[in-house]
Design a protein around this ligand. Structure first.
Ligand SMILES: Nc1nc2c(ncn2[C@@H]2O[C@H](COP(=O)(O)OP(=O)(O)OP(=O)(O)O)[C@@H](O)[C@H]2O)c(=O)[nH]1
Ligand SMILES: [Mg+2]
Length: 463
């Protein structure tokens, strides 16, 4: 990785837009200290700033006009976020004042920071690898405690360390192969053939497979899942939405066709953000508005990660409902027998038998019965066999990591196949090297500039 010492000094408002108790302007680069001297007047005028110490004073324009009363800190390189000289002004959290302070700093020679540029500088200076930099975005965007915890783990190097372990395994294998390349005539049937295979399995293929599984769960934790409530009119979809949200969000009436448009809300289930979507009841129709709602309902079903197919247990399934069921049975789904308070147990059992192999949950949305069981069924369906993994996850590889991990795994399995066929050693070494190169793409060791730009463009300005 090339280290590019920055020649310019960047500046940005680091706190979120809007009004807050304090607002922070951040500077990083060679001119940070001179900009501090020019635009800050400490109350106890001192000639030198001690690093990492807060000073109380006023922020001023180049002509001495006071813009704000503030605290300022100078952090000398290299013990800083970017490893460059960093200065922060902790102003009052008025966005107008912050913009004014930023403007005078820019007039005095600072350049507006691009999104993620502070973190990019930390990465380019070698303070953090790319997976840690990406964890910063994950942390800022985390929607649940679980995703925040995973992002912090990753920020502290959890993914990086997993990858380092795999990398060490591969380097060891490469070393073993190179012995054989260096002494080709010595008939050392790659002495360590078995050892190479064993290492490949335990130190490389298994952990890679594990990381890929974590990436699948990671997508769910980061982006959440779309759960769509679908069924005929009046089966109780909106009642269930309200019960799950614990608020009277959607209109509920005894009239079929109450919900016309889709309603989307969010709740969290064991750390997973769930986007819950209530839809118009699907039935033959004449009303053009209702028809639009039904069309929209069908689209939402197609986009769902999980469909809750609701039926009214007190009346059973009509012909049209079976047709509706046929149109969604290929999607991951659960059957929800609602209004169990109105249905005899025997009827529910009979209905259950009509859905062999499908998870069926009997509830009463109105009386809030069976809801916990429904939530557990949703969780089991989404996380499936990965429950143990989900609960022990230490990091959440993202889609970028996932696609490179897949390529790495492919390289490693073809290496394994080549080993078993006793392919020439130099060919084996080529496979190991390509697996190592892929890993370098993940951590940023060998990542192309365009990819880096893409990664950092997801950041907000000031981070
Ligand atoms: N007894 C009983 N009534 C329920 C239950 N769930 C819903 N209902 C009633 O069924 C009627 C329809 O409920 P909604 O939630 O509006 O049904 P929906 O599926 O959203 O209907 P549309 O929006 O028309 O498609 C209302 O009168 C609810 O009070 C339940 O578990 N038990
Ligand atoms: Mg409704």
């Amino acid at each position: 990785m090339a280290v590019h010492p920055a020649t310019d000094t960047i500046a940005a408002i680091a706190t979120a837009p809007g009004t807050g108790g304090i607002g922070i302007i951040r500077l990083s680069g060679p001119e940070a200290l001179s900009l501090l001297r020019l635009h800050f007047l400490p109350y106890k005028s001192s000639t030198a700033y001690t690093s990492h110490r807060l000073y109380y004073g006023t922020v001023i324009t180049a002509r001495g006009q006071v813009l704000d009363e503030a605290l300022a800190v100078y952090m000398r390189a290299p013990h800083t976020y970017t490893r460059e000289d960093v200065v922060e002004f902790h102003c009052h959290g008025s966005y107008v004042v912050l913009q004014e302070v930023l403007r005078v700093l820019l007039e005095s020679g600072a350049r507006p920071a691009e999104p993620g540029e502070f973190t990019k500088r930390a990465f380019l200076a070698g303070r953090i690898d790319l997976t840690r930099a990406e964890a910063v975005v994950d942390l800022l965007q985390a929607q649940t405690e679980k995703s925040a915890h995973l992002a912090v783990h990753q920020l502290q190097g959890a993914l990086y360390e997993h990858l380092q372990g795999i990398r060490e395994g591969l380097i060891h294998i490469l070393a073993l192969l190179e012995v054989a390349i260096d002494f080709p005539d010595d008939d050392v049937e790659i002495v360590q053939h078995d050892e190479v295979l064993a290492r490949l399995q335990s130190q490389v293929i298994e952990p890679l497979t594990q990381l890929l599984a974590m990436a699948d769960q990671g997508r769910i934790i980061r982006d959440g899942i779309k759960v769509v409530l679908a069924g005929q009119p009046n089966v109780g979809k909106s009642s269930l939405l309200n019960t799950l949200l614990q608020e009277e969000r959607a209109l509920v009436t005894p009239l079929p066709g109450t919900t016309r448009d889709t309603i989307e809300e969010r709740f969290t289930l064991h750390g997973i953000p769930v986007h819950l979507i209530d839809t118009a009841g699907i039935r033959p129709h004449e009303d053009p508005v209702e028809a639009l709602g039904i069309e929209r309902a069908r689209q939402k079903v197609q986009q769902a990660d999980l469909v809750l197919f609701l039926v009214d247990a007190s009346v059973g399934l009509a012909e049209a409902e079976w047709e509706l069921y046929d149109s969604l049975r290929d999607k991951p789904h659960l059957v929800v027998m609602n209004k169990r308070d109105l249905a005899p147990v025997q009827r529910i059992n009979d209905l259950r038998d009509q859905f062999p192999g499908i998870s069926v949950v009997a509830i009463s949305a109105k009386h809030q019965e069976g809801i916990q069981e429904l939530l557990e069924a949703i969780y089991a369906q989404v996380i499936g066999e990965g429950t143990a993994l989900y609960e022990q996850m230490t990091c959440a590889p993202n889609t970028r990591h996932r696609s490179i991990l897949t390529k790495t795994l492919t390289a490693c399995t073809s290496l394994e196949a080549a080993m078993l066929q006793r392919a020439p050693v130099d060919l084996l070494a080529v496979e190991v090297q390509s697996a190592l190169d892929y890993l370098g793409d993940i951590t940023g060791l060998t990542t192309a500039d365009e990819v880096l730009d893409l990664v950092f463009s997801q950041f907000c300005i000031g981070k």
